[in-house]
Write a protein that binds this ligand. Structure first.
Ligand code: WT7
Length: 652
């Protein structure tokens, strides 16, 4: 595997930050959790499952008789929405704020748990009226507004797995996901607010539903958010949320579902082929996201104000905006827009306004804030903050220390949480009241989780050495399969090492045995916290009539972790055509969404390939990162690289 030099330097980090004494003394979870889980891992998870309210208590914790197809708590039954909403109302907390919503234009809404119960019940009744039954899939393509959370919980309430598609994705990406999940209803909005303007969503749904494979969608339920006038309407198919949901009864009796009933499908980019529909189920998933919210964020529902800045279109939003915090009965912030709209202090203004105590965000946002300047957060009162979290990519020690100092006032622990769409919930992270933190390291597997680093032969590496991150025991919120493709599930995660889950990340153990993540070992690029597959971008480029062939690599970028760099062979020779390059960038953005727009596109005459016809991205990455070329001997024609380099003074 390749490592970037900056990442291998991480191990020299010597700064240490002990948990604040008061936080440690009052922490939800102490060091004994590790001991309990070590002594009886399944007993530990059985105890965590009791955080939930079950209609039928499970008697069997784990059925691992057909690995890697796990069944957790399989004879238990429960309703996820009841656990996230109704039971808090029944416990007398109906007046507690569940969601403090802040729209980008500055409009606000406050939803208590009692409000949430009414709205989720109405939405559940509406979906039932539209013929949605337990097991049917519902696609959700929404901005960051309360109805998105309500829609997800309503699906969960009636046992209809949702497939949330990030609102920044294009019509084609949406169509592929609707088709793969065979969704029958789409929930969307006219639009949302982004970067100071209304941005339409409904047209992308209309366009997606013209694509073959999406014919089975019966209804599109549309939330009115922006009130744009010119939206197209298909009378027989489209329904306004406020009409259909608004007229429903506020009473709905939740039904219990099997612990292994599908809860949601969430698509993640793969290196090859179409996106993978990661399947999560009910009891184990909710157990782990509830427990990790309680343990890692130390959530105190009476006093904390939690804010996870992720989009609900990603797993972070599923687990730590919707299911984890709400299962705990916590109060949280939901913010629609971007961090710099209308000014670069917007996030810190929100922290001040709502008295946010626990903030969970991504390294890319922290780096952007560092770039914008220390004086911006300094203008706001951030003294309510007591814990800061990071997720999505390795956080470099300087960003970690900046975050703790400039945002956390040097009081707050920083928890760097490693996990994936596939793991459903956090896996490796410090505990804020227990762990002496090291900037840049996710450090230790959480109680009940078994993870390690192995070499190519699956041997555990010694402390101080690097290799591949693997998970060696099943965990409650593990993915159950790839939707409709068990074989791909086995091939992708369980075939690299026998009896071990292969995470696809490089990692090192330091001299204390703490884990440091080093990024993806395959060809998925990480751009501003989003995983984007090289293949998808290549396919988008090649779908343009003027492109014959394309190879895409992620080049190290100080701002976005990786920047998309594309090498293209043009039809009819290599034109030095700036306009065409712009056209291609726009084309990719249209096909896959703006996040996948290549930063650079370099027309070339040839691409370096192996004898078996595989593009050698490693060499192109060398070019894109201005390095001396690595080994070229497996190339069909080594002179190709000289040609590429000589033709591209700008890339050298
Ligand atoms: C990949 C999973 C987990 C929710 C957001 C991303 C990288 C995630 C960390 C971290 C280093 C991290 C890994 C992982 N990653 N968290 N704390 N330190 N790397 O979910 O899109 O499924 O991506 O994100 O490479 O495999 P995802």
């Amino acid at each position: 595997m390749t490592e970037s030099p900056s990442l291998s330097n991480l191990l020299k980090e010597e700064r240490r930050f002990a948990p604040p004494a008061e936080l440690a003394a009052n922490a939800n979870v102490t060091a004994t959790a590790y001991e309990q889980a070590k002594a009886d891992r399944l007993g530990f998870w059985a105890a965590q499952a009791r955080r939930l309210t079950w209609g039928t208590e499970p008697t069997e914790t784990l059925d691992w008789s057909n690995p890697p197809f796990a069944k957790w708590f399989k004879d238990g039954k429960l309703n996820v929405a009841y656990n996230c909403v109704d039971r808090h109302v029944e416990a007398g907390h109906g007046d507690r704020v569940a969601i403090n919503f802040e729209g980008e234009p500055g409009d606000t809404r406050t939803l208590t748990y009692a409000d949430l119960q009414r709205e989720v019940s109405q939405a559940a009744n509406a979906l039932t009226e539209l013929g949605v039954q337990a097991g049917d899939r519902v696609a959700v393509y929404m901005p960051m507004i309360p109805e998105t959370v309500v829609a997800m919980l309503a699906c969960a309430r009636i046992g209809a797995p949702h497939s949330v598609v990030f609102g920044g994705f294009s019509a084609d990406a949406l169509a592929t996901r609707i088709e793969d999940a065979d969704a029958r209803v789409v929930i969307t909005a006219d639009g949302g607010y982004r970067k100071g303007a209304a941005s339409a969503l409904k047209p992308a749904v209309d366009e997606a539903l013209t694509r073959p494979g999406t014919e089975k969608v019966r209804n599109v339920l549309v939330v009115k958010r922006t009130g744009q006038e010119d939206i197209a309407w298909h009378e027989e198919r489209d329904l306004w949320w406020h009409d259909v949901v608004g007229r429903q009864s506020e009473q709905h009796t939740p039904q219990d579902f099997d612990a292994e009933h599908p809860l949601f499908i969430l698509y993640t980019s793969g290196t090859t082929g179409k996106p993978k529909g990661i399947l999560h189920t009910t009891g184990g998933y909710l157990t782990q996201v509830a427990y990790t919210s309680h343990a890692v964020f130390d959530l105190k529902p009476e006093t904390d104000v939690f804010w996870c800045t992720a989009d609900v279109g990603w797993v972070t939003g599923h687990s730590y905006i919707v299911y984890g915090p709400l299962a705990n009965g916590a109060t949280e912030v939901l913010y629609e827009g971007t961090p710099d709209s209308p000014h670069k202090g917007r996030w810190w203004e929100i922290v001040q306004k709502y008295g946010v105590t626990v903030l969970y965000t991504a390294p890319t946002a922290i780096r952007a804030s560092m770039k914008w300047g220390d004086d911006i957060p300094a203008k706001f009162d951030l003294s309510s903050l007591r814990i800061l979290g990071s997720v999505g990519e390795p956080i470099n020690p300087e960003a970690w220390v900046w975050y703790r100092h400039h945002i956390g006032g040097d009081r707050t622990p920083v928890v760097d949480t490693w996990w994936q769409t596939e793991t459903g919930g956090m896996m490796i992270s410090p505990l804020p009241g227990v762990t002496e933190a090291k900037p840049g390291s996710a450090q230790v597997p959480l109680p009940g989780i078994e993870a390690t680093v192995v070499d190519d032969e699956a041997n555990e590496v010694a402390d101080g050495a690097g290799g591949y991150l693997v998970l060696t025991e099943p965990w409650p919120s593990m993915l159950r399969t790839i939707w409709g493709d068990d074989q791909r599930f086995l091939d992708t995660y369980w075939s690299r090492f026998e009896n071990k889950y292969f995470a696809g990340d490089g990692a090192k153990k330091d001299d204390d045995g703490d884990v440091w993540l080093l990024g993806r070992v395959d060809d998925v690029m990480l751009v501003s916290g989003h995983n984007i597959s090289t293949t998808e971008v290549e396919s988008a480029l090649v779908s343009h009539p003027k492109v014959a062939e394309a190879a895409v690599v992620g080049a190290t970028d100080p701002q976005t972790t990786q920047a998309i760099c594309a090498f293209v062979i043009l039809r009819g020779g290599t034109a030095e055509d700036g306009e065409l390059v712009e056209e291609l960038r726009a084309h990719v953005a249209k096909q896959l969404g703006p996040i996948a727009k290549p930063k650079r596109i370099l027309p070339v005459a040839e691409l370096p390939k192996t004898r078996s016809g595989k593009i050698m991205r490693r060499l192109l990455r060398d070019v894109a990162e201005n390095r001396t070329l690595g080994d070229t001997q497996t190339l069909t024609d080594a002179s190709v690289m000289e040609l590429i380099q000589s033709k591209l003074p700008s890339a050298a």
